[in-house]
Design a protein around this ligand. Structure first.
Ligand code: MG
Length: 250
């Protein structure tokens, strides 16, 4: 007997445990995988460009230092990404272009600044670039910050929006509260950390009319759990393993 799944795979930061995260190498390799989504993170530069990088600061993943938003795009282009052969930070339009010939949905995370404050201008900037690139209908926008998602939805109508619910929010607000907040902000789906997902939680979210996904499924047993739960989609730093495990399900 085989078990089929409709659960989709999102290559998190382009497969951060396989390739240097949010790098051209990661995105090119993800584009060659049978995954449904590629996840990446966006911060604004000082001069109004959109840099694809996870942290609000440059230190961990580049040879630069300090906040991304304190630098101009030209300054960022003089930096190299750690673990690569001299690759540079990409901007949003370049990532859109790299996946243009694929069926892979872009999963764009709107990040806050280095003090975890939302960038007021970021939702409108992202909306403008996605519109200019003709990419709204193939982009799902995510954020841990639900007001940021609401702002994005006022500026544009992407393929979808997903509120990533932190473990603190799940614990402190509770599942009923999370569902209520998502509905009141017009967000149609939530993503929940794998440690807080079980069949009851998934069923309750679905019963409320919301989509349910999982995040941070990097190990085989956790990836298998995502398929067993039948979540809509999950993010993983090991898209190669997720693809193999899904194929094994038949
Ligand atoms: Mg992210």
């Amino acid at each position: 007997m085989t078990m089929t799944t409709k659960t989709q795979i999102a290559s998190h930061r382009g497969g951060a445990l396989v390739w240097p995260e949010n790098s051209p190498t990661a995105f090119r390799n993800t584009a060659a995988l049978p995954v449904e989504q590629v996840e990446f993170d966006v911060h604004p530069t000082r001069d109004g460009r959109l840099a694809v990088i996870h942290d609000a600061t440059l230190d961990r993943t580049t040879d630069g230092t300090g906040p991304v938003a304190a630098r101009t795009w030209d300054e960022l282009q003089r930096l190299t990404l750690k673990g690569t052969d001299g690759e540079r930070i990409m901007d949003l339009a370049a990532v859109v272009g790299l996946f243009a010939g694929t069926a892979i949905t872009l999963r764009l995370e709107l990040k806050p600044d280095h003090e975890r404050r939302p960038y007021p201008e970021l939702p409108a900037m992202v909306a403008a670039v996605l519109r200019a690139e003709g990419a709204l209908e193939r982009t799902v926008v995510t954020s841990f910050q639900v007001e940021t998602l609401a702002a994005l939805r006022r500026a544009a109508t992407p393929k979808g929006t997903i509120w990533i619910v932190s473990n603190y929010v799940m614990t402190d607000v509770g599942l009923a509260g999370v569902i209520d907040v998502a509905r009141r902000h017009g967000v149609p789906a939530v993503s929940i950390h794998h440690t807080m997902l079980d069949p009851g939680v998934a069923a309750a979210v679905r019963a409320a009319g919301l989509g349910v996904g999982g995040f941070a499924a990097h190990e085989d047993d956790i990836i298998r759990k995502m398929f067993a739960l039948g979540v809509d989609v999950f993010t993983t730093d090991r898209p190669d393993r997720a693809v193999a495990l899904r194929a094994a399900l038949g």
